[in-house]
Design a protein around this ligand. Sequence first.
Ligand code: CA
Ligand code: CA
Ligand code: CA
Length: 174
Amino acid sequence: MTSSLQEQKRDMLFSKLDRNNDGAIDESDIQAHISGFLTDFQVPPDSPQARDIHESGAALWRQLNHADADGNRVITREEYVAAIDNDTVEQIYVSMNDSFFKIIDSDGDGRVTEEELAHALRRDGIAGGDVHAAFQKLDTDGDGHITKEEWNKATREMLLSSDPNAAGSVLLGV
Ligand SMILES: [Ca+2]
Ligand SMILES: [Ca+2]
Ligand SMILES: [Ca+2]
């Protein structure tokens, strides 16, 4: 059974994806979201990372199409919330981490430091004081770095866990 916390988190993700706030997601929202991300992280639009992210966006849209229950090429809040399950999380969100993690890991050493995370979270308006707590939650083995495995785990928790203390909630700022 879906808990209300899960629904609340999916609702927040939907609101992030619905860039123009018209209550439905279409392909232009996804592309706007990605362009905003590239601008925030100062990724040159013609770089391999930008190409990666745009390809992820196109893949995200293809995957989201199965959420479009009535087939009208737009995804409503209800369709989105109902479509998130284990498979969707793996196919959409965990697979997109390959691209996003590379950008958040700004020095490219395969691990995200607290400073790199601070840069990523600041973009979502999370105050500096919360970054340390967020980092400690995401760095589950406590070695001072967030690996892609730790990030993927948080991504799954973000969408699937009903535990309010799960590390993944940090990714949504809740
Ligand atoms: Ca629809
Ligand atoms: Ca790094
Ligand atoms: Ca770690």
